[in-house]
Write a protein that binds this ligand. Structure first.
Ligand SMILES: Cc1cc2nc3c(=O)[nH]c(=O)nc-3n(C[C@H](O)[C@H](O)[C@H](O)COP(=O)(O)OP(=O)(O)OC[C@H]3O[C@@H](n4cnc5c(N)ncnc54)[C@H](O)[C@@H]3O)c2cc1C
Length: 390
């Protein structure tokens, strides 16, 4: 079946409304706070989300397939605050998807409904300090042991985005086996305020644009009931893939919006600034930077859509998702870097948005699977596919 590279008219119109909302409402707010959200400014979040409701663009992802999300999320990603305003930012958007697929009816009412309405926030707690889970989730050391009427969770997590102020965490813990085993993980819904779950610190990081920042979280004798199990016991690694496949792509969509923004800033600067008697955009080497970024953006979008198509057809799409994630993360970084170069000293100053964007895009080459981990998986799948033909 040929890949469809268009979206239906209502989705195209929705994307246009999101572009307009970001331009008119969100960008001015971003300038006021410089896109810094690590301290979790709740009044700003509420104001932006109310404005999105009023504009009819709040939570637009519900009911869209991934290609539809691609155009809408890219439009929202043009501002660092756009996804927050529309309630399609990480980690909540990925958690909504996971809960919609896996949660029982009571869990949906308690967690998914208020999350989708923007009344609460959430976090996803999988990564651990060494020697625990990171690129290799099987290294999971956090344990959940059976107690009367439920489970007791013990372990340490870090880089948990949005944990500070989240109403609940989805915590991955080992219910059977030992670190290194491919199975034996379970997901638990842990309410904020549980005396066994403590935020140890908020980690100072290069990026500052994710609401609530990234926390180190300690689970110390954290007791939860049986109703806290998300899905089935010991199936956590499988559910992580349910979350991560689409979540990788939605991250690509949002960051593609950032790439477009950086390129637009560079184009405006190159048209208005002259050197050696000519506007910068008439100088060959600047034109090359501009052209390379256009190529990167188009190629990134095409690979992203290719992966979306696979998932929209109900196929796992692991290879296409890995290829898209690796390319988009690196292409977005290149585009922002070239934009900084074209803008000269202005590019690295806080007078232009580029230095903020530069800091925000760098971690994307690490989370949702580092580039090297994806390349390793891509090569292994390619070798296996070839071997099957021999
Ligand atoms: C900004 C940010 C937000 C995050 N948010 C969350 C969150 O909300 N929840 C959560 O659970 N985690 C989160 N993380 C953690 C993220 O998922 C991990 O950083 C990621 O999985 C990598 O794990 P690690 O940092 O332990 O790196 P390690 O596993 O220590 O890997 C280090 C490096 O080893 C190399 N490497 C790894 N595998 C291979 C391979 N197969 N072949 C060759 N080289 C390889 C890569 O260069 C990699 O960067 C976040 C991270 C960042 C930076």
């Amino acid at each position: 079946m040929p890949i469809k590279f268009t979206v239906d008219e209502p989705v195209a119109r929705l994307a246009e409304r999101v572009r307009e909302f970001v331009r008119e409402v969100v960008l001015p707010e971003e300038q006021a706070c410089d896109g810094v959200l690590h301290d979790g400014p709740e009044p700003l979040r509420r104001r932006l989300q109310q404005a999105a409701r009023d504009a009819g663009v709040f939570a637009p992802h519900l009911g869209l397939d991934l290609r539809g999300q691609a155009v809408v999320f890219e439009a929202a990603g043009y501002s660092l605050l756009g996804p927050l305003a529309l309630n399609i930012a990480a980690p909540d958007e990925g958690n909504m998807h996971l809960l919609a697929k896996v949660a029982g009816e009571d869990q949906r009412k308690r967690y998914l409904d208020p999350l989708a309405a923007g009344e609460i926030r959430s976090c996803f707690a999988m990564t651990e300090p060494a020697p625990g889970a990171g690129s290799d989730p099987r290294a999971l050391t956090t344990t959940a042991t059976r107690v009367t009427g439920g489970w007791r969770i013990d372990g340490r997590k870090w880089f948990i985005s949005g944990a500070d102020g989240a109403a609940f965490a989805i915590c991955m813990a080992r219910t059977s086996g030992v670190p290194g085993d491919a199975g034996g993980a379970t997901m638990f819904l842990v309410d904020a305020g549980n005396p066994g779950m403590k935020i140890v610190r908020n980690i100072a990081t290069l990026d500052e644009g994710l609401f609530g920042g990234h926390s180190e979280v300690l689970f110390d004798g954290c007791e939860v009931g049986d109703d806290a199990v998300l899905g089935e016991v010991d199936r956590g690694f499988g559910y992580a893939q349910v979350r991560l496949g689409p979540a990788r792509l939605t991250h690509c969509m949002r960051w593609l919006g950032v790439a477009r923004r950086a390129q637009d800033v560079a184009l405006d600067r190159a048209a208005s600034r002259s050197a050696f008697g000519r506007p910068l955009d008439e100088l060959g080497m600047v034109q090359q930077l501009i052209a390379d970024s256009e190529i990167d953006i188009e190629a990134a979008r095409a690979l992203l859509w290719r992966a979306c198509w696979e998932l929209d057809q109900g196929r796992p799409g692991a290879q296409h998702t890995s290829i898209a994630k690796t390319f988009v993360a690196e292409a977005v970084h290149r585009v922002v870097d070239r934009a900084v170069q074209i803008c000269g000293a202005l590019g690295i100053s806080a007078d232009a948005p580029l230095s903020r964007l530069y800091r925000e895009v760098r971690p994307f080459r690490i989370y949702d699977g580092p580039s090297e981990t994806h390349r390793w998986a891509i090569a292994r799948r390619a070798s296996k596919a070839r071997a099957a033909l021999r």
